[in-house]
Design a protein around this ligand. Structure first.
Ligand code: SF4
Ligand code: SF4
Ligand code: FES
Length: 241
């Protein structure tokens, strides 16, 4: 299987970005974008379509199993995980690879997503002690805990920008998890954080729907979070009262 890859390259954030085209060939029918990047980086003699050396393409990865979110990038215009994007889908390409656009670029396809964690710190959405979700909230707490902090949802969100007060859907999972599991008397600050940093800034366009590589149902989390933090009603895991 041959695939034409077009990678947006830059050695550092100050360098003007440029496209480098290369042909990746493999006999592995299950090869992913991450497989291609790993193989290209491991081969110092790998050349681009013009016969120039490719060298190391800077990108982030860790688990290679769709579990950590590190390999999120823009693949053919859509934010996706490189390790969860099979090359066969593109039938030879070309396939464009770009860094996520809502975060500062470190180099090539790697970005600095520390704003995600800064936002969670600002919102103070963390557990102070071990808490167990119970009853109808258990499924909701589990669903919200699946967030990888990959940032794919922020790529398509018209209202999110790094440094703004709106934390976007990436902060939704951790917030709903607390709303679903903390004892009632400890939810006041989390409710306020949700209203100030998610509810107020969200335009409810749902452009972030069906983007999440972890399969998080954004509608379900938003409906439940609005119910718990804004309307103060108790909804169930599927948004039922
Ligand atoms: S509903 Fe729209 S504004 Fe709200 S988080 Fe999703 S994409 Fe962003
Ligand atoms: S909600 Fe989904 S797309 Fe957004 S950061 Fe979490 S895992 Fe990524
Ligand atoms: S490397 Fe962990 S999700 Fe792709």
């Amino acid at each position: 299987m041959k695939t034409i890859l077009k990678v947006l390259r830059r050695k550092d954030p100050d360098q003007k970005a440029w496209w480098q085209e290369m042909i990746f060939e493999t006999e592995d029918e299950n090869a992913s974008v991450a497989t291609a990047l790993t193989a290209i980086c491991a081969d110092p003699s790998f050349q681009d379509a013009k016969g120039q050396p490719v060298g190391e393409i800077v990108w982030d990865c860790s688990c290679l199993q769709k579990k950590c979110g590190a390999c999120a990038m823009v693949i053919n215009g859509r934010p996706r995980l490189a390790c969860d994007t099979p090359l066969r889908e593109f039938k030879g390409g070309p396939v464009t690879l770009e860094p996520l656009r809502k975060f500062p670029v470190v180099a090539d396809l790697a970005v600095d997503r520390s704003i995600l964690y800064e936002n969670l710190k600002t919102m103070k959405v963390w557990y102070e002690e071990a808490v167990r979700a119970e009853g109808p909230m258990l499924d909701l707490a589990y669903a919200s805990s699946r967030c990888l902090q990959c940032g794919c949802c922020l790529e398509v969100c018209p209202n999110f920008y790094a440094g703004g007060t709106f934390a976007g859907t990436a902060a939704l999972g951790p917030t709903v998890r607390l709303l679903a599991s903390l004892p009632e008397g400890q939810k006041k600050e989390v409710r306020k954080a949700y209203r100030d940093h998610i509810y107020e800034g969200c335009g409810k366009s749902l452009a972030c729907r069906n983007i999440c590589p972890a399969g998080i149902d954004v509608d379900e989390l938003l409906v439940n979070a609005n119910a718990m933090a804004v309307w103060k009603r108790l909804f169930g895991p599927k948004g039922r009262s």
